[in-house]
Design a protein around this ligand. Structure first.
Ligand SMILES: Nc1ncnc2c1ncn2[C@@H]1O[C@H](COP(=O)(O)O)[C@@H](OP(=O)(O)O)[C@H]1O
Ligand SMILES: CCc1ccc(OS(=O)(=O)O)cc1
Length: 279
């Protein structure tokens, strides 16, 4: 048997065994044994933390934050692997000890729910940028990610995956709780709550919010230049392969056998729609 086949967790049971539960939240295997150290992780006032549920457009947000905070060139950012610039708190590499030693100002990424992040963050000791994405698009993206990830090689159906999503059975737990928890902290002075879709709808407002939040002084001309550069980053991803925002709706429409998941998602998402209306 080829190595990749041997590693392939094809069945739901095998897939299940990859995760572990921490205070009722399903977390990926690499988080095991380090949650206490994460809770006590020392945070600095100059840090900027980027937190999302997976597949919320984190890489794009990282690029935009990098550009706004460092005044970097969009072509340069387009060429670099932005994931190499931002360590992920809970990943095995580079690991907590290395992140502790990084020089300030640090940009750190995490997918952990609010309550599992370092407690210093809860006390407002550093800036946290959270981004939420429409779950109907996110679940399609997360499904494709699970299918392509070598260590997961998920072989369940989309229908089964949607059921896991609705029942909080995926890595990083419930999307609903993840967003809700940050939503409840959206008015904290050290938290900026953003939506992925606004990057496409109203980038100028987002760049303005980011510049203000990060304390980057910019006049109207500088803001226009920054927004233009950020537009380049957004466009760089929207190549022929990338489908526009809202593509999950097409996917649901095409796959009639998945209609019930669509309805289930829609009814759950009614809460979120209400939240959006009051935002
Ligand atoms: N400039 C950009 N760079 C990387 N991903 C981007 C991007 N603009 C949009 N995205 C989308 O962000 C999603 C990945 O999220 P994350 O970075 O959190 O893993 C992907 O969604 P799709 O899978 O729906 O295409 C990807 O297309
Ligand atoms: C499947 C669990 C998992 C693993 C790694 C992730 O990170 S990222 O979105 O690729 O940065 C997310 C989820």
């Amino acid at each position: 048997m080829a190595e990749s086949e041997a590693e392939t967790p094809s069945t739901p049971g095998e897939f299940e065994s990859k995760y572990f539960e921490f205070h009722g939240v399903r977390l990926p295997p690499f988080c095991r044994g380090k949650m206490e150290e994460i809770a006590n992780f020392p945070v600095r006032p100059s840090d900027v933390w980027i937190v999302t549920y997976p597949k919320s457009g984190t890489s794009l947000l990282q690029e935009v934050v990098y550009l706004v905070s460092q005044g970097a060139d969009p072509d340069e950012i387009g060429l670099m692997n932005i994931d190499e610039q931002l360590p992920v708190l809970e990943y095995p590499q580079p690991g907590l000890d290395i992140i502790k030693e990084l020089t300030s100002p640090r940009l750190v990424k995490s997918h952990l729910p609010y309550r599992f992040l370092p407690s210093d963050l809860h006390s407002g000791d550093s800036k946290v940028i959270y981004m939420a994405r429409n779950p109907k698009d996110l679940v399609v993206s997360y499904y494709q990610f699970h299918r392509s990830l070598r260590t997961m090689s998920y072989r369940g159906t989309f229908q089964e995956f949607c059921r896991r999503f609705m029942n909080d059975k995926l890595g990083y737990g419930s999307w609903f709780e993840h967003v809700q928890e940050f939503w409840e902290h959206r008015t904290d002075a050290n938290v900026l709550f953003l939506k992925y879709e606004d990057m496409h709808r109203d980038l100028v407002t987002m760049v303005e919010q980011l510049a203000r939040f990060l304390g980057v002084p910019c006049d109207k001309a500088q803001l226009e230049a920054l927004t233009e550069h950020c537009h380049q980053l957004v466009d760089q991803c929207c190549n022929a392969e990338a489908l526009p925002v809202g593509r999950a709706h097409c996917l649901f429409a095409q796959k009639t056998s998945l209609r019930w998941e669509g309805r289930a998602l829609s009814s759950q998402l009614h809460c979120l729609d209400l939240i959006h209306v009051t935002a």
